[in-house]
Design a protein around this ligand. Structure first.
Ligand SMILES: [Zn+2]
Length: 427
């Protein structure tokens, strides 16, 4: 499978830079917007009147979600859309409105778990706070506390020998990060964030703030071809989809779309999540006012739901279905589930397989064991809401939902080539 010596790690290094620039979903959306703008895409507000001509390259942002569009040469009702979908959020902890907790002589930051993380991996890590501040007058600004001021310290084994039988963490009592001694006179979190953002603390009227690991993404593995990083699920697919959209050179009949949604890890039920109206609203604008244009556009379209996949584990391979064991560096993973936890069917899966063949990229397959439940993605949600023909795919990774995940830099160019084939094809 592997041709050693000619492994191109440059796109993997670019993924590491993308992850490092995206400590929160808001930062990820801003980084996607920055790269789109640098690539010639023009930002439109949802409040603008959109008048798009063939070849127009535009994007719009709702919360921490982004939809980017390159308009095709034919009406969407005739040629449809080719859509890559991914998500900007990852399991983390969200800072509470009344965050200031003082106990045992310490100051803590009150937080609430977000999504289904492997929370024990957050212990003893160098953490910070990142996210969005809402300012008086309706504007927002992104902010990250400098350094690594927060920690979730383990309890010494001498104080709890039962940990040998398994660690039990109560999020309310045990997963509240500490950030200093309680001296009674220190500036608060909002003051520190305001200083970091260069705004007045009195102007901060709201916040979407999460904890983030500060250790930069790194090359890993014997030959440095793996990537150890936070938030690979699903920033890696946002990144591959973005590079594919930016890299498609030829005009196509159909319209190319990238949608990166927030709130996948908590069920996607929000205005900017995949169960909200964001993608549908943009498609409505692309289809235009003709009565059947929207339905015809949907019927002519394909959605590639791109979310990370489970590579077989080195010491726990029995948790995989024996005939379906994707490997790191083996290329995109086509995900199927008999009970529709994934949206792939014969037609969408076959279409994707053809696109991989056209790109010269191998395809791996994933199903869960029959005795294990299956995860889900934005694919079935979007397919259910819009009726889009959808295929669920992803890049292989280990340690999904750990604070430090593991993927292969070799898969990054394979995913980009595949997504380029999906966006660029006329098939
Ligand atoms: Zn995911």
């Amino acid at each position: 499978m592997r041709e050693t010596g000619d492994v191109d790690l440059s796109l993997g290094d670019d993924l590491r830079a993308f992850v490092d620039a995206s400590p929160s979903p808001g930062h990820a959306a801003a980084e996607i917007a920055r790269r789109l703008t640098a690539g010639g895409f023009r930002e439109l507000a949802e409040t603008d009147l959109w008048e798009l001509s063939p070849g127009a390259a535009v994007f719009t942002v709702r919360g921490a979600s982004v939809v980017a569009v390159r308009v095709g040469t034919e009406p969407t009702a005739e040629a449809g859309l080719r859509i890559i979908g991914a998500h900007t959020d990852s399991p983390t902890f969200k800072v509470r409105p009344r965050w200031d907790v003082r106990q045992a002589g310490y100051r803590l930051v009150g937080v609430e778990p977000y999504g289904g993380g492997l929370w024990h991996t957050w212990l003893d890590r160098d953490l910070t706070v990142a996210g969005r501040l809402a300012l008086r007058g309706g504007t927002t600004t992104l902010v990250t506390l400098p350094g690594a001021p927060l920690r979730l310290p383990s309890l010494a084994i001498h104080l709890d020998r039962s940990v040998r039988e398994g660690l039990t963490l109560d999020p309310q009592r045990h997963l509240q990060p500490v950030w200093g001694a309680d001296l009674g006179t220190e500036p608060g979190l909002l003051e520190a964030l305001s200083t970091a953002a260069g705004v007045s603390a009195g102007d901060v009227v709201g916040h979407d703030l999460v904890l983030a690991d500060t250790q930069p993404a790194a090359r890993a593995g014997a030959d440095g071809s793996w990537i150890a990083a936070p938030r690979l699920d699903d920033l890696a697919c946002c990144h591959s989809g973005l590079l594919a959209l930016l890299g498609v050179s030829a005009e196509t009949r159909h319209t190319q779309v990238l949608v990166c949604n927030d709130h996948e890890e908590v069920g996607s039920g929000s205005a900017s999540g995949a169960r909200g109206s964001f993608l549908e609203d943009v498609i409505g604008r692309l289809a235009g006012p003709e009565p059947q244009a929207f339905a015809r556009t949907i019927a002519a379209s394909k959605l590639v739901s791109a979310d990370m996949a489970h590579a077989v584990h080195p010491t726990r391979s029995e948790r995989h279905e024996p005939s379906h064991q994707p490997v790191l560096g083996g290329g995109p993973v086509l995900k199927l589930n008999a009970n529709q936890a994934y949206a792939t069917d014969a037609v969408s899966g076959g279409w994707f397989t053809e696109r991989c063949e056209a790109a010269g990229v191998p395809v791996q397959h994933f199903v869960t064991r029959a005795d294990l439940p299956c995860g889900s993605t934005i694919g079935p949600l979007t397919a259910t809401r819009l009726g889009l023909s959808t295929v669920d795919v992803g890049a292989p990774q280990l340690a999904m939902h750990s604070v430090r995940e593991l993927a292969s830099a070799e898969d990054v160019p394979l995913m980009v080539q595949t997504f380029r084939s999906c966006l660029g094809t006329t098939g």
